[in-house]
Design a protein around this ligand. Sequence first.
Ligand code: CUA
Length: 151
Amino acid sequence: MSQPTTVKGPWVGSGAILLVLLVSVGMFYYEYQVAPVANKPHIPQKITIYILAEQWAFMWNGTIDTHNTPIVVYVGDTVTFHVHGIWQQDPSFHEHGFFIEGLMDSPMTVMKGQDLIFTIVPTQPGDYTIICTVFCGAGHANMNGQFDVLS
Ligand code: CUA
């Protein structure tokens, strides 16, 4: 008489562990790769942005021209700007303006060599334009940048 064989010992345990592992990996994959990211609410961040206001561009982190590469934040983010003014082309001017159209109440003035520090919290999504509002030499009209707020 042969008895029915029962599987015992480590094989049952490792099978269960493998199953749990596979399910976990599957859930993780679904959460971050399959489920649409757009449905996730953005958790507001504190963001610090360093801008060099030079003749005649707003440079983000000193190297990225905001005219070609927009600064991107989300609605509800607390965005602190540090804007530093330099005049390497024409030293006869001493001021730049800094104004984000549609987002700021009034333009700010950046004096030569100084840091302008202020904080905004965007409440409406949109693609906004940063402009210089003080005449600062030959390229003043081209001195602008992009600031995009995602919802
Ligand atoms: Cu800078 Cu006008």
